[in-house]
Design a protein around this ligand. Structure first.
Ligand code: IDP
Ligand code: MG
Length: 139
């Protein structure tokens, strides 16, 4: 399979806790290449596009509020099967059960909040990656 790209976000909890370097270091040690990167505070418009698939779910509003609560770091990582590879590195959505050795398993836990705070986002398919990279970085 040819080299592909994925959209990775360090969420507000990761930035607040000073884990941006840790996340980037793991991506680079794995051998993926960061090809674009920026810090921003996401507004509702951008978040509504990014999380359109979750609209109407019970955690949607808390998710929007959490993701807008502080700066995030958006980046594009590139490599063979990076979409699948980064999802594996991130670990399960619920950080309490995410495997040790994963970003979420090693660095996050259930904080008792309405929305799960789990440090990172990673695109889940080539279609999502293309759509999400466009949202954060344009064409
Ligand atoms: P993912 O980030 O592992 O792909 P998604 O199902 O796409 O997980 O959900 C997006 C984000 O919404 C999660 O990373 C997490 O922050 C939050 N979330 C997902 N499911 C739940 C839930 O059942 N309760 C609370 N928050 C959730
Ligand atoms: Mg997802």
């Amino acid at each position: 399979m040819s080299s592909e790209q994925t959209l990775i976000l360090v969420k507000p909890d990761g930035v607040k806790r000073g884990l941006v370097g840790e996340v980037i270091a793991r991506i680079e040690r794995k051998g993926y290449v960061v090809t674009n990167l920026k810090m921003l505070t996401a507004d509702r418009t951008i978040l509504a596009k990014h999380y359109a698939e979750h609209e109407g779910k019970p955690f949607y509003e808390p998710l929007m509020e959490f993701m807008a609560s502080g700066p995030i770091v958006a980046m594009v990582a590139q490599g063979e099967r990076v979409i699948e590879g980064f999802r594996k590195m991130a670990g399960a959505t619920d950080p309490t059960v995410a495997e040790a050795g994963t970003i979420r398993g090693d660095l996050a836990r259930d904080m008792g909040t309405k929305v799960v705070q789990n440090i990172v986002h990673g695109s889940d398919s080539p279609e999502s990656a293309a759509r999400e990279i466009k949202i954060f970085f344009g064409n």
